[in-house]
Each structure stands twice: as C-alpha cells, then as structure tokens.
Design a binder for this molecule. Structure first.
Ligand code: RI2
Length: 358
C-alpha cells in the first residue's frame, strides 16, 4: 500500500451536509471509532473535550460547526438568523482559546455571510467551511515539500505532541515533511515525545507513524536532552497553535524546553505551520492566551488493561493539587525558521512573516 493510500485511513474530520464525522482522538490508539456530530453544540463539545484536536483540525471543526449552525437556523428570518449565527460563533470561539486557526475559520465564514438572503448566507458559510478544509490540504502538502528539503538522508528528527494528519488535514504540519521524505524513499528516523499530560505523542503520533510505516521510537518528555547531548537528534520540528508577528510561538506545553535544549546543542529547531497559524494582530507571545485545562489530565491516566478494556486510573494521591497549562510560548530567538506553504521563513521574522502573509 502506498503512503497516500495509508494516509486516507487517518482522516481527521469530514462534513456530510449537516453531519460531521471524525475519528475520536480520545480513544486512540486503542480504538479507531468514527463518531458523528449532529449539531453545532455537539461539535463544540467535541472540540472542548478534544475528540477533535490539533490547531488545524480545530479550525476546520469550527468552520463546519458554523455550517451546522447555519443549517440549523434555516427556518429563521434574517434578523434572527444573524443573531443565531453570532451566538454560535461566540460559543465556538470560546471552546478552546489558544489556537488561532479557530478564530480565522470563524472570521472567514462570517465574512461570506455578511450579505444576501438567509439561503444564500447558509450556502456561503457551507462553501467557505469546505474551502478552509481544502486550503489546509494544499498548505499541508506544500509544507511537506518545503520541509522535506531540510531533511538530510538518515536524519533523526525530534517532534513534540501530534502535528500529523489528525491535527491538520491531510498530512499534518510537523509530520508533513517526514511523510514527504517517506514518499520520496528518503531514510529518516523520528523520536516522538510522549507529551504529557494527554500523551498526544505517545498515543497519536506513534500510532500515525506506525500506520505509515515510518521508523520511530517513543521517548519520555524529559529524555530529549539526553538524546540531544548524545548526538542522536539532528533536527527538531514541531507544529504551532499561534504565532505572533515577531515569531514567538505558542505550542504544546514542553515545546519551549525542547527549543532551549536544541539551541544549547546547536540543533536546528523548526516550526511547521500554515498562514492560518499566524496571528498578524498579535505583536508578541506575551499577548497569546494560554489555555489551562483540568488538573485531572495530570492526576489521572487512561489506556487499556490486559483484557483490552478501556480504563482510567488515578496516579496521584486523592486531591493532589496540579497546575495544567496546555501550551507554552517559545521565544522567536530559539526558532531557526518557519516551514510554511509559502516556503521557509527565516530571520528576521518580523520582516519575513509580514512579507509572506500581508
Ligand atoms: P497543527 C496541539 O495542541 C499541539 O500544540 C500541536 O503541536 C498542535 O496542536 C498541532 O496543531 P492540542 O490541540 O498546527 O493537542 O499541526 O492541545 O494543526
């Protein structure tokens, strides 16, 4: 089976008129269950609870969610329709705050719904939501093509969290250059951070790489320094949830540490991200809102037992206090470049980002 045939089985999200279908990422890798979301409230819940996750997939889900809302409101008059859409957008926007893709998707869908009859506005929102998904696929593929050029034969790549096909359709951001290398039969090896607390690396990235038959090994989050200082890692590639105009980047908690370690060890550190991940209204990382999630994500862990039954376990004493920021900001000075659908953006980032996306 070719890489592309294997990729088709790892789909993040699809829209079929009012229904959204997605692989429930909470159950991976133990169960590949496709769930159907029937209305926009179910979609908000799926984003909040991370049945769908990854900045790009959240953005697509939000656009599709607004399409669902528009279809749910088709019997309303124009005034009530507009109110309904405004309320639905606000609810979608508050489902997860850090990834800018969500806001960009909502803005794009609202913009095409500024004029016309209710029927026309519904059609425009639906078309735009599909276009967002289509644009993501194009960007994902181009990131792969540009990023692959940075990988030498037998490169050892470290990645954090999951920025693959389930995070960003259709072949991810950080994993896209790796998939492109596989497509071109270039030998590479991937070190996968487990990515506590939700273990997107251990559960999703490792699963995706094994499905694509790309050689990898899972490492614990605090082992990256060991592998770097022992010259086992040649390059780091991560995704992004939001990038400020100066290049400061919000990504999964732990990214900042990897970037500092990479600099200390003279290892290039790349962020793979499409234009949808850049927030041109945000001057620097200090202005990016960081999502804080439930402490239960730290105190409990889920998986399967020997009978393959899904189980959740508490790993701490009852009532253990835990802080759970979901993202951190990597200052631009630690980043070697941004792999985007427009090519590699180099320093000075203020200039290259503005030139690429103005
Ligand atoms: P794409 C994830 O967050 C991580 O921060 C990961 O690097 C990013 O989304 C990937 O998003 P979460 O949604 O840019 O798992 O690859 O909390 O879409």
């Amino acid at each position: 089976m070719s890489v592309d045939e294997k990729l088709k089985k790892i789909f993040a999200i699809k829209r079929e008129n009012k229904k959204i279908k997605l692989i429930d990422q909470r159950l991976l890798p133990h169960k590949v269950k496709i769930i159907t979301l029937h209305n926009y409230n179910e979609t908000i819940e799926a984003i909040r609870d991370m049945a769908v996750r990854g900045a790009g997939s959240i953005g697509v889900a939000a656009g599709y969610g607004l399409a669902q809302a528009a279809l749910e409101a088709k019997h309303l008059n124009l005034e009530k329709f507009n109110k309904f859409i405004k309320a639905a957008s606000d609810k979608l926007l508050s489902s997860r705050p850090t990834a800018i893709n969500l806001r960009h998707s909502i803005d794009r869908c609202l913009k095409v719904a500024e004029n016309g009859t209710v029927t026309e506005r519904i059609q425009n929102i639906c078309n735009e939501s599909d276009k967002i998904a289509f644009d993501d696929i194009k960007a994902s593929r181009l990131i792969g093509v540009y990023g692959e050029q940075l990988l030498k034969e037998n490169s050892n790549i470290l990645t954090h969290c999951n920025a693959g096909a389930l995070a960003y359709i259709d072949q991810g951001t950080a994993l896209s250059p790796i998939i492109e290398a596989k497509r071109r039969h270039k030998p590479i090896f991937v070190y996968v951070d487990e990515t506590r607390p939700r273990n997107q690396g251990a559960k999703i990235t490792a699963w995706e790489l094994s499905k694509l038959e790309i050689p990898y090994a899972l490492i614990v989050d605090n082992a990256a320094g060991y592998f770097m200082i022992n010259k086992k890692i040649d390059v780091v590639i991560v995704g992004a949830d939001r990038i400020a105009v100066n290049g400061d980047t919000a990504n999964k908690i732990g990214t900042y540490e990897k970037a500092v370690l990479a600099k200390e060890n003279n290892i290039p550190f790349y962020v793979a991200a499409p234009s949808m991940s850049f927030d041109l209204k945000c001057e620097s990382g200090e202005r990016i809102e960081i999502e804080h999630r439930s402490s239960e994500e730290i105190t409990h862990i889920s998986g399967v037992n020997d009978s393959n039954e899904y189980t959740k376990l508490r790993i701490t004493a009852k009532n253990t206090k835990a802080y759970n920021p979901s993202f951190d900001i990597t200052p631009a000075k630690y980043i070697s470049g941004f792999i985007t659908e427009k090519g590699l953006l180099k320093k000075p980032f203020k200039k290259s980002i503005k030139n690429a996306f103005k």
